[in-house]
Design a protein around this ligand. Structure first.
Ligand code: SF4
Length: 153
């Protein structure tokens, strides 16, 4: 089903890891346009990025504040940018942040945005970054197939 012009846009907010604060969001916006990675879930509906912010650096002080502004601006779902998953190290607070935002603001939180670039997958496999705890589940929506991961290298 194609998104209908009359259908209301689902509003998302993207929070990025501050170590990538100079990032222009190219991969995230491309993935949203193509409905790839964690944006595959919106295949059948229009989506609007209503907010974009960084966590403000470890240990993520902006997580306490920015979701409130996002909610006021109509954000329904917060996406943690894939950089929080693929950075060195992956964000150690990611699950706490998810729980905090869901409980404090009642917003849905989705792990990831664009597909994991293949070069990061290779390194993290060697490092064993994602083979413990809930990481296998966290990376699942953004793992994509090899061809797609290569396209995001
Ligand atoms: S690792 Fe986590 S807390 Fe630290 S800058 Fe990145 S997203 Fe923020």
């Amino acid at each position: 089903m194609e998104p209908s012009e009359n259908q209301e846009s689902h509003k998302v907010g993207i929070i990025i890891c501050h170590r990538y604060h100079r990032c222009g969001g190219g991969k995230c916006f491309r993935a949203l346009r193509n409905r790839e990675g964690a944006f595959e879930r919106y295949q059948n509906q229009p989506v609007e990025v209503a907010a974009y912010a960084t966590c403000d650096g470890c240990p993520g002080g902006n997580i306490e504040y920015v979701p409130e502004e996002m909610a006021k601006n109509g954000v329904q779902t917060v996406h943690f940018a894939t950089g929080m998953i693929v950075g060195y190290p992956p964000c150690p607070y990611i699950e706490y942040f998810q729980s905090y935002i869901e409980n404090r603001f009642g917003l849905e939180v989705v792990m990831g945005t664009h597909p994991i670039p293949e070069k990061y997958r290779i390194n993290h496999e060697k490092l064993g970054s994602w083979n413990h705890g809930n990481w296998p589940e966290i990376i699942e929506p953004v793992m994509a197939d090899e061809q797609t991961r290569l396209a995001y290298n």
